[in-house]
Ligand binder design. Structure first.
Ligand code: CAA
Length: 408
């Protein structure tokens, strides 16, 4: 059901994404989950319906950056398949560093092709020993004349097997604390399904995953990868960590939307099943214990969705609270997704545990949302840091503490 309180433009994006999900994703979601292969037929549908434009500014061939529209699209796609939801959202994640920090020339060069759906994008921040501690990365970029030479690796690179544009982060000044890291755009030749190789860039592992199996997650090694100087995002070294954090603020509501999609998708099937499954002579939906489960699932999904929309609005308006809201939405919605998808399996009973039925896939797809784009432990850390800063604004309450100051 659509929320009539959303702006007309947002409702149109939502309807368009729902059509894509029904037409292209639902018929093949389980097939690609089993095959663990990138769904090119779905990518063609996303492109045909112009969905890649929803997160790119108008001046670069998009429809205007709107994290709210992006979230609505991602939710609809993830409702049909969590993997395909993130496979789409990662294009925004990998493009955001160019949007937040890129030079005009870089924006002109990369964004129109991304908006047109011709070039897929990936994002390389994590490494084997640098996950939550992103700043602890070791991948290095050294300037050599007109080029940067990259050595090291990137882990958990979603879409890395199929992406033409890979935004990666590397250490350019190992002695600096706050200006240690820079972002680079690594381009591989080709368009759409064509993807050429470049010297010094090698996918060394394709992960075998619990969920989001339609979308490749890979490890990439850089061995003297030479990049022209103009691939340094923003043209100045040292801004990469800030750009990564600003990117994650914009992208985390998208992961939260993916989680809402998984949760709603599982709830829809659980509801359908509960109204049709007869035990003790009546549909199980007539039993109060099942009703309570369904009611709690529905409340939590809606609360998560509203928090995602609020976070997206804060990010779009660039408010001071955007960082906290993005983390809250990501943490809350993904925890809800895990709980709701697990309860959907419970409602299906033994059938829910089987691959013949749809809900176990939602549960598998939901799990990673609590981990990637910052674990939920990192989100709580970000929320708590914001709260502690805000505590200064609560000083006026001290006068209302009943115990006299000298006895506290
Ligand atoms: N916006 C702008 N600047 C920010 C910022 C933000 N939201 N957050 C931090 N910064 C700045 C700080 O102001 C600080 O700047 P100065 O040095 O100039 O003071 C600098 O960045 C360092 O900040 P912190 O001291 O807070 O950094 P930290 O090392 O303590 O790390 C962290 C903070 C929140 C834990 C961060 O490392 C983090 O978010 N970790 C998780 C990483 C992550 O999300 N990885 C996901 C990878 S992507 C992925 O999963 C993709 C996929 O495939 C789907």
């Amino acid at each position: 059901m659509s929320d009539p309180l959303l702006p007309q433009e947002a409702l149109e994006w939502q309807a368009r994404a729902r059509e894509v999900a029904d037409k292209f994703i639902r018929p093949v979601a389980w097939k690609y989950d089993r095959l663990q292969q990138y769904p090119w037929e779905v990518q063609r549908g996303l492109k045909e319906y112009g969905l890649f434009k929803c997160f790119v500014p108008k001046e670069y061939g998009g429809a205007g950056t709107s994290v709210l529209n992006l979230c609505l699209v991602v939710e609809e796609l993830a409702k049909a398949c969590g993997g395909m939801g993130v496979g789409f959202a990662v294009n925004a994640l990998g493009s955001f560093p160019i949007m937040v920090g890129g030079t005009e020339e870089q924006k002109q060069r990369f964004l129109p092709e991304i908006a047109a759906g011709n070039k897929l994008v990936a994002f390389g921040l994590s490494e084997r020993d640098a996950g939550s501690d992103a700043a602890g990365m070791q991948c290095s970029a050294v300037r050599d004349g007109d080029e940067w030479v990259i050595n090291g690796h990137k882990k958990w690179n979603t879409n890395g097997l199929v992406a033409h544009v890979n935004t990666i982060f590397a250490v350019t000044d190992k002695d600096s604390r706050s200006r240690r890291i820079s972002a680079f755009v690594v381009e591989r030749p080709g368009n759409g399904e064509e993807l050429g190789d470049i010297d010094g860039f090698r996918v060394v592992k394709v992960e075998d995953k619990l969920g989001i199996r339609a979308i490749p997650v890979v490890e990439i090694e850089f061995n003297d990868l030479r990049l022209p100087a103009d691939r340094l995002v923003g043209g100045k070294p040292g801004l990469g960590f800030k750009h990564a954090m600003m990117t994650l603020d914009k992208a985390r509501p998208g992961v939260a939307a993916q989680a809402v999609g998984c949760a709603q998708g599982a709830l829809d099937f659980a509801l359908l099943y509960a109204t049709g499954r007869v035990q003790f002579g009546k549909p199980i939906s007539s039993r109060q214990m099942i009703q309570q489960l369904l009611a709690d699932m529905a409340q939590k999904v809606e609360a998560a969705r509203q928090l995602v929309h609020a976070a997206a609005r804060h990010v779009d308006a660039e408010t001071k609270a955007a960082n906290k809201f993005a983390a809250m939405a990501k943490c809350f919605a993904t925890d809800v997704a895990m709980e709701v998808t697990t309860n959907a399996v419970q409602i299906f009973g033994g059938y829910g545990f089987m691959r013949d039925y749809p809900v176990e896939k939602y549960m598998r797809d939901a799990k990673i949302t609590q981990i990637y784009e910052g674990t939920n432990q990192v989100q709580r850390l970000v929320i708590a840091r914001n709260l502690i800063k805000e505590a200064a604004g609560l000083d006026h309450l001290r006068g209302f503490i009943p115990i006299p100051e000298d006895q506290r």
